[in-house]
Design a protein around this ligand. Sequence first.
Ligand code: ZN
Ligand code: ZN
Length: 356
Amino acid sequence: MNRLQKLRHKLIEEELEALLVSQPENYRYLSGFTGSSGWLFISNDSALLAVDFRYTEQASRETADFEVIQVEGELTDWFPKLALNSGAKGIGFEAEHLSFATYQQLAEVVIVNQYQLQLIPTSGLVKSMRIIKEPREIELITRAAELADAAIDYVKSIIHPELTEREIAWEIERFLREGGSEAVPFDLIVASGPNAALPHAKPTGRIICPGEPIIIDIGARVGGYCSDLTRTLCLEKPSETFSKIYDVVLEAQFTAINSMKAGMSGSQADQLARTIINQAGYGEAFGHGLGHGIGLAAHESPRLSANSSDLLSSGMIFTIEPGIYISGWGGIRIEDMVTLERDKIKVLSKASKILS
Ligand code: ZN
Ligand code: ZN
């Protein structure tokens, strides 16, 4: 079954006659269309890709299964008529993506015109398909992971205590792009010393110093698919605090990688690493979840966190990224991408974790 057929099965299960897809990664996943604005309208007998003038040529080149139609104006200007003409009455929309304002405007058009249409909020229909990766997707993610690995080796060869965080971030981005990455999937993080206490720090003009933690969190993109990798580096000899915390984070990650199994929930997986960090006395300093799925988006399902009920299963790709952050001192995070393959974790990223 192709992706469109699988989705149609889901529509039947959900008792929906049609679905409007507006979330960019979701419409790309189903149709192949990579533009930043478009909609899919999928019913049992039609598969339409609606775009405005800017994207008609591109859409025709990129999609095989969908009929491309050119639309004009806002969603409210063309969608209700299109839906009516399709004959479908119960139409699902992506509640997590369509804005409340747009929904209200659509609902008003339907009421004012007395259209026999019902707009039904749906959640996670395409997301639940994207969560399990096909072999081709695993291949692209693996290539993106290899690029990130190479960038870590590269940065280790050029890093020295005169560079600023921003200069290092730019060197890495240049390396990734020249190595074949598309636009990087997120703003690369280079955070040194006290800045490393911010899990999502922005690179600054701060000059890196010996002995302090330098968190480098980077990703590449190949064929639309992302990688996500973090290493914490240290120039010259790490301080005692550094070594101690580094060992705790590494052990937490190692334990999670070795004990995780298919069938576990995201919260059980998170707990594996969190227990180690709690026991070392740093529980409060690990304030984010253990990891997240990765694919067309840098952050997608499954979620590995204290309150996640997502169930882990073979074919998923996600990160395992414990971290400890101490205000005023800095932080340490180690992040790898893994896949669940026949019940066992296989680590995709290869960059060394040995401090040199
Ligand atoms: Zn990351
Ligand atoms: Zn991540």
